[in-house]
Design a protein around this ligand. Structure first.
Ligand SMILES: C[S@@+](CC[C@H](N)C(=O)[O-])C[C@H]1O[C@@H](n2cnc3c(N)ncnc32)[C@H](O)[C@@H]1O
Length: 257
């Protein structure tokens, strides 16, 4: 299984598939006010609006310039999802410091985060903030993939030997990636070096167990977990890593305040 998604399918998978999986996990989004933590480019946020959400507020530690919504709409237009236009007034994008969310308590029907918690520096603090801003009868949904110690954990596994990120220093890993790109001119060199490598450097190196412990400490009233596991050849994995670290690649959790 390759880690890099099919780039031609990037817009559809973010706009359509994530929203469908979210509805499957937590039910209808009709009329809901949603917080999207780590929204990045708001393809997913527009997808959540397409499912009937009344408003989506996206927060990120990255700068989210005013032009980002229009740029995202242009990508959606080009992929044929022109119906997203007209919903931009129902979306607010805010940058924050990764510590205190700039919003009132008990404000959101749904708190949501997709593909972000493996990057978050202060996991417990962000979970506590998600809890604070949820309405008392709100619902939360977090999806994470891939946890660092798992096969795809570096996000660079398409360009490196199995589990290289656990067996090499960061500089050795970088040299290995560059060598791969030199030998494979068809690979997306600029994307890998300018986007994926800096993203690798932001990874918090959490396992599912580490996340679970911090989540538990936040005292959510209920939480239902789905681990994500795939068949994996483990002979190259360092022997001191536990089976669950290597095999639990990601997770979904649905929770209540
Ligand atoms: C891999 S991207 C995912 C973006 C988007 N959710 C998606 O799936 O397309 C990870 C995002 O998390 C953001 N991020 C990292 N730490 C964060 C934090 N403490 N709070 C909110 N966002 C954060 C990054 O800036 C980046 O935009």
């Amino acid at each position: 299984m390759s880690f890099i998604p099919d780039m031609d399918d990037w817009v559809r998978s973010h706009y359509v598939d994530v929203a469908n999986q979210t509805v499957a996990a937590i039910g209808s989004l009709e009329g809901k006010r949603i917080l999207d933590v780590g929204c990045g480019e708001p393809l997913i946020a527009f997808g959540l609006l397409s499912k009937g959400a009344s408003q989506v507020v996206g927060v990120d530690i990255k700068d989210l310039p005013e032009s980002l919504r229009e740029a995202t709409l242009r990508r959606l237009d080009a992929a044929g999802f022109t119906e997203a236009r007209g919903r931009e007034g129902d979306m607010t994008l805010l940058s924050y410091d990764g510590i205190t969310m700039p919003m009132a308590s008990n404000d959101f029907d749904v708190v949501f985060s997709w593909g972000v918690f493996e990057h978050i520096a202060d996991v417990k603090r962000v979970l506590q903030e998600m809890k604070r801003v949820m309405k008392p009868d709100g619902i939360g949904f977090i999806k994470v993939f891939p946890w660092f110690p798992s096969f795809h954990g570096s996000h660079l596994s398409d360009f490196t030997p199995p589990f290289a990120h656990l067996n090499m220093s960061s500089s050795e890993l970088h040299a290995t990636v560059v060598r791969y790109l030199d030998e494979h001119p068809e690979a997306p060199r600029a994307f890998v070096l300018n986007h994926m490598w800096p993203e690798f450097l932001t990874l918090n190196k959490y396992s599912a167990d580490m996340f679970y412990r911090e989540f538990q400490a936040c005292g959510f009233a209920s939480h239902t977990w789905t681990p994500l596991c795939y068949p994996q050849e483990l002979s190259a994995a360092p022997p001191d890593r536990s089976f669950s670290e290597l095999m639990i690649c990601g997770l979904e959790v649905v929770f209540r305040k």
